[in-house]
Write a protein that binds this ligand. Structure first.
Ligand SMILES: Cc1cc2nc3c(=O)[nH]c(=O)nc-3n(C[C@H](O)[C@H](O)[C@H](O)COP(=O)(O)O)c2cc1C
Ligand SMILES: CCCCCCC(=O)C(=O)O
Length: 382
């Protein structure tokens, strides 16, 4: 049993900093360049205000939703995050078990330190799980990876489209960040050995390289396909029957393009402020995207979600659900599966209470009139 004690998710980062090696904490916590987008992802939530309704029966609050035809206990998914065994030996297995216990989806990263089939197996009995796809130069390998995910029981794919290269993460450059010895990018093992030669794939060498700069950044640019365009969605459809979400959309234009290309879901995201610095906060980008998509496919959002009220704001501005990133890693580092569970439980309880205080007995009661944008005065809701 973990003796981890905290009141809210914002308290976790400094606690995790005390237990993680400096290089690992730097990789997990940091954003790109000036970290302006990283900060704005969090700051934006205080700029929007909530407008509650009174005298509504909230003696029962229902937080459930349906995503891809499957019931989800509350509108939170665990964001894909690479290399979780750096935080705790159980890594992705602990996160998968905690998500399953809470009845919410985990999105497993391509760059996991546990194989995707084992992560899926650990979550059996829980909610649906997504596999996050990074698209390698080697399409034969991508096809194998996707079909392996489908056979392993994942219910959807989430293709990350905001990372033709990794952003300039100065903490990682400074720390010569690399994957610690003894850990592996478990899903990539066929990449160099069997399939990589033709694409010049580089597997273990760079990611474990202790040379100058960031080893993971070099590994990424050696292997990831920076020439991706919307035609990729049709190719992906030809090799899988899984629903396809795209993650990393920040404009209504791109959301339209995605829907036209046939995607099944859009994830509004700036990658937790780790890619293009000074890109807008995800919450600011959300309303125009939700309007453009117009309920044709689900819209998810991530970046800076730390409170139940953050979830309410995101849903009132048009999201169907949110993804939670770094606090999961902090819970994992501080208490393994129990720690992650505690993080999720804290957020779930805050969400339920805030829904009651908003006069919302179910998620369907949330709407745009219940949130005030920075330019709107409360009198706009008379
Ligand atoms: C340490 C770390 C690793 C990440 N790895 C991935 C990844 O492998 N694939 C991906 O699409 N996004 C990745 N992301 C981005 C997250 O999925 C998500 O967009 C972001 O963390 C959400 O913001 P938050 O951390 O403020 O909640 C990563 C983020 C962090 C912090
Ligand atoms: C070679 C491993 C690279 C992992 C990159 C994961 C990621 O998306 C991140 O933001 O970090």
């Amino acid at each position: 049993m973990s003796d981890l004690t905290f009141q809210n998710l914002d308290e976790l980062e400094p606690l995790a900093q005390q237990v993680l090696p400096k290089t690992v904490f730097g990789y997990y916590a940091s954003g790109s360049e000036t970290e302006s987008t990283l900060r704005d992802n969090r700051a934006v939530f205080s700029r929007y205000r909530l407008m509650p309704r009174m005298m509504v029966d909230v003696s029962n609050v229902d937080t459930t939703l349906t995503l891809l035809g499957r019931k989800v206990a509350y509108p939170v998914l665990i964001a894909p995050m690479a290399m979780q065994c750096m935080a705790h030996p159980d890594g992705e297995l602990a996160v998968s078990r905690a998500a399953a216990a809470e009845g919410i989806p985990m999105v497993q990263s391509t760059m996991g330190t546990v194989g995707l089939a084992d992560v899926r197996q650990a979550g059996v009995g829980g909610a649906l799980m997504f596999f996050q796809l990074y698209v390698f130069k080697n399409r034969g390998f991508v096809r194998q990876l996707v079909q392996h995910a489908e056979r392993s029981g994942y219910g959807g794919l989430m293709v990350t489209v905001d990372a033709p290269f990794l952003g300039k993460r100065e903490a990682d450059e400074r720390n010569n960040f690399k994957l610690p010895d003894g850990l592996r990018l478990a899903n990539l093992e066929g990449l160099g050995a069997n399939l990589g030669a033709e694409a010049g794939a580089n597997t273990d060498a760079a990611v474990h390289d202790a040379g100058e700069g960031s080893g993971v950044s070099k590994h990424f640019s050696d292997n990831i396909d920076a020439s991706l365009t919307w035609s990729f969605v049709a190719w992906l459809r030809s090799v899988t029957s899984l629903p396809i979400f795209v993650k990393g959309i920040l404009s209504a234009h791109d959301a339209e393009k995605g829907v036209d290309a046939g995607v099944d879901g859009i994830v509004v995201s700036n990658h937790g402020g780790r890619q293009l610095d000074t890109a807008p906060a995800s919450l600011d980008a959300l309303p125009a995207i939700a309007a453009a998509v117009g309920k044709r496919v689900p819209v998810l959002v991530d970046g800076g979600i730390r409170r139940g009220t953050d979830i309410i704001k995101a849903l009132a501005l048009g999201a169907d659900a949110v993804l939670l990133g770094r606090p999961v890693l902090w819970g994992l580092a501080l208490g393994g599966q129990e720690g992650v569970h505690k993080v999720l439980e804290t957020l779930r309880k805050e969400l339920r209470l805030s829904m009651a205080l908003m006069g919302c007995p179910s998620l369907a009661h949330l709407n745009r009139r219940m949130v005030l944008a920075p330019w709107e005065h409360p009198s706009a809701r008379l």
